[in-house]
Design a protein around this ligand. Structure first.
Ligand code: FMN
Length: 208
């Protein structure tokens, strides 16, 4: 059995990554910022889709900053950084923007915390690259609760496909019983599976 709903028990904060390549500010929303080690300099990781222009900036410069969104972060900020590409708009032009010591851009509006990083390792994950990085700067901007993926989804927002947690809102997976319509939400269907509603065998199911 492989039920991706099990993945949903992991909690993620929503952050905005900022980097600067050839004078152009790049940035995108992420759920994948995480702390890996505690001894200083502490190591963190972020996973960026190769299609995102922010990924190219981090890969080529080896530097990025991250601001973690406050619980009451305006929706417009997440929409801008999480659904629009830097290919078509200069996201930072719309907000008061500061830069860290390495020249990476960040906004403070709606943000609880700001950190800066120097990349030490890259792991190619196929669709995404994981950047492992040492923290170089850190400050609390606004003490209090931060915005999580769960809060974001509970507010009815759809997670875009480039986000690692995209699957959580993906209704189009699993196996449907062709007899009664019951959907088994799993990536696998055991041969001896029986529909819990109409008791039909696995052979009566179709993959979604
Ligand atoms: C809540 C949320 C979480 C996201 N998490 C990630 C992530 O961890 N990695 C990633 O590559 N994209 C993630 N995205 C998608 C990017 O923010 C989005 O594709 C963005 O438009 C990329 O912009 P860019 O092309 O300017 O870099 C997330 C989006 C949202 C709304």
């Amino acid at each position: 059995m492989l039920d991706r709903k099990a993945f949903d028990s992991i909690s993620y904060s929503i952050a905005i990554i900022g980097s600067c390549l050839d004078g152009a500010f790049r940035g995108c929303a992420v759920n994948s910022l995480q702390q890996l080690t505690s001894s200083m300099p502490a190591k963190f990781a972020v996973t960026l889709n190769k299609y995102n222009v922010t990924e190219a900036a981090v890969e080529q410069t080896g530097a990025f900053c991250a601001t973690v969104a406050a619980a009451d972060c305006p929706e417009a900020i997440i929409k801008l950084f999480g659904y629009k590409s830097g290919r078509v708009t200069d996201k930072f032009a719309e907000y008061d923007t500061k830069t860290d010591e390495a020249g990476c851009p960040y906004i403070t509006e709606g943000m609880a915390v700001r950190m800066s990083f120097r990349v030490t390792q890259q792991v190619d994950l196929g669709s995404h690259v994981m950047f492992i990085a040492e923290v170089t700067e850190a400050e609390v901007l606004l003490p209090g609760a931060v915005l999580t993926v769960e809060m974001f989804k509970n507010a009815g927002k759809v997670i875009p496909a480039n986000a690692p947690v995209y699957r959580t809102l993906d209704e189009h997976y699993g196996y449907r019983c062709t007899i009664c319509g019951y959907v088994h939400k799993s990536d696998t269907l055991p041969d001896d599976f029986r529909c819990p509603v109409c008791k039909q065998p696995a052979s009566k199911f179709e993959k979604l």
